[in-house]
Design a protein around this ligand. Structure first.
Ligand SMILES: [Zn+2]
Length: 197
């Protein structure tokens, strides 16, 4: 277990899980969603536990904060990704990063809910409703007018944790109605999926 994590678990009065998974995060629901999140919005969100394979090849456990209506299908999708061996760096709430999606991205974290807008726009992102998913952002960086986001990202299709049109990760999310941002005109957002209502 990550040595930083044990004191956090103890402080939250959570026992480490009994199976052999590496625990990347495990918060109570309110801490996962973020205590500053408006109550009406928080009431629409859940923070289910997800299992996945890490880049170290071990079985990991994390949490995804998402809108209640999409949680079940996302948990099932992570389970399917585990069965096909598609790895994730970590899957943890942005509350673990002080609610900062850029800090989460710098850590190559996969997440769903964050209270944020769309880059360079006044529009609210689907992340703010828990209906957008960013997957391994460093392996799947966005391209915006020649700029790579995150700056240390490298897209090498065919390598572990990397998305492409032919990857099962993309095909299986598209099959249940999620849109992939890789081919958008303004920004080729390769780590981003969203399920528009
Ligand atoms: Zn996104």
């Amino acid at each position: 277990m990550n040595p930083i994590l044990l004191p956090i678990l103890l402080a939250l009065h959570l026992a480490p899980p009994s199976d052999d998974r590496v625990v990347d995060c495990r918060f109570d629901r309110d801490s996962a969603i973020g205590r500053a999140t408006p109550k009406a919005l928080a009431a629409t969100l859940e923070a289910p536990v997800v299992g996945y394979v890490g880049f170290d090849g071990k079985r990991h456990m994390g949490q995804i904060v998402c809108e209640r209506g999409v949680c079940k299908e996302l948990v099932e999708w992570f389970s399917r990704m585990e069965s096909v061996g598609f790895p994730f760096r970590s899957v943890c709430p942005v509350s673990m990063y002080g609610m900062s999606d850029s800090a989460s991205m710098a850590a190559d974290n996969t997440y769903c809910f964050a209270q944020r807008g769309i880059w360079g726009s006044r529009e609210i992102s689907w992340h703010a409703q828990g209906r957008a998913l960013d997957v391994n952002p460093q392996e799947n960086p966005a391209l915006k007018r020649g700029r790579t986001i995150p700056a240390n990202g490298r897209w090498l299709p065919g390598t572990p944790g990397t998305l492409s049109d032919t990857s099962i990760a993309v095909k299986s999310l598209r099959a249940i109605g999620w849109k992939w941002g890789a081919h958008w005109r303004r920004v080729q957002d390769r780590h981003h999926f969203q399920k528009v209502r």
